[in-house]
Design a protein around this ligand. Structure first.
Ligand SMILES: [Fe+2]
Ligand SMILES: [Fe+2]
Length: 271
């Protein structure tokens, strides 16, 4: 199966780039399944119902969220109404929605998508991601009923992301990191067959500070004082993510390529 994951979509610029370019990538790369992280798609903070619908219409089969899952309050309801939204498994015991679900890809093949939050350097003390993942991995072994599985590990520390990658190695098709908004150059297939990248990077304008217009973050770094609001940068957007080919029989990865399309970053992709 050909699977594309796109990292955190940042604001209107990110949404527009996904809407304009994802249909072409779906066609040109003959994608069977697309997962998009949407936690920053609405003004950099959370994801509104309207913008979630836009990402689904553009060609996302599933949207994952993150620590900003419920910054837009309408997501509290919409994630219950729309099964194609996945919030972190370990966000909170009382969070609405679900953190893992099986979806259908082309030719009726089943794909598991799950997301967990890490604990290192995060704003809240989320529950242990490993024990949250364990029953999900156990219920969906590769080579079983699901043809492929994708785990989005949403956290700050590359060490924790690599830990989750190795924990899932041979038990999931893909483990991909999100949240830092900067792509790491370590896309690989781990020893037991799981495609891995510590962070997919964002779908946003990289002439910025992690997707925000650089003036206000710079002011805060330099002076230590806030002077205004954070606003998403809106110029040339690079779509960043991970392309993976999986073997339907084993459920493991056979090819992995980093994706950086358009905008300012050096370009790469499967084509
Ligand atoms: Fe995040
Ligand atoms: Fe993010």
């Amino acid at each position: 199966m050909r699977i594309l994951f796109l990292g955190d979509v940042m604001g209107r610029g990110g949404r527009q780039a996904v809407a304009e370019r994802l249909p072409g990538l779906r066609r040109d790369w003959r994608l069977d399944f697309v997962v998009v992280n949407g936690e920053n798609a609405t003004g950099g903070r959370g994801l509104s119902t309207e913008h979630a619908k836009g990402l689904l219409e553009a060609g996302a089969d599933v949207i994952t969220l993150g620590d900003h899952a419920f910054d837009q309050k309408d997501m509290l309801r919409f994630c219950e109404a729309e099964p194609r939204i996945i919030r972190p498994l370990n966000y909170s015991k009382s969070a609405p929605g679900t953190g893992a679900r099986v979806f259908e890809a082309t030719r009726g093949r089943k794909v598991l998508v799950a997301q967990v939050l890490g604990q290192v350097f995060m704003s809240r003390p989320y529950d242990d991601p490993f024990s949250a993942l364990e029953p999900v991995l156990k219920a969906h072994p590769p080579g079983g009923a699901v043809a492929a599985s994708l785990i989005d590990i949403h956290c700050e520390a590359t060490s924790e992301k690599m830990g989750v990658g190795h924990f899932c190695d041979g038990r999931a098709s893909i483990v991909v990191g999100t949240h830092t908004h900067v792509p790491t150059a370590d896309a690989t297939i781990l020893p037991r067959g799981t495609a891995f990248q510590s962070d997919a990077g964002m779908c946003g304008d990289y002439d910025s500070v992690i997707g925000m217009q650089k003036d206000e973050p710079l002011r805060r770094f330099v002076t230590g004082m806030p002077g205004g609001r954070f606003t998403p940068a809106m110029e040339e957007v690079t779509l960043c993510g991970l392309y993976v080919e999986t073997d339907d029989r084993t459920g493991l990865a056979s090819r992995v390529e980093m994706v950086r399309q358009g905008g300012r970053l050096s370009q790469t992709g499967p084509a």
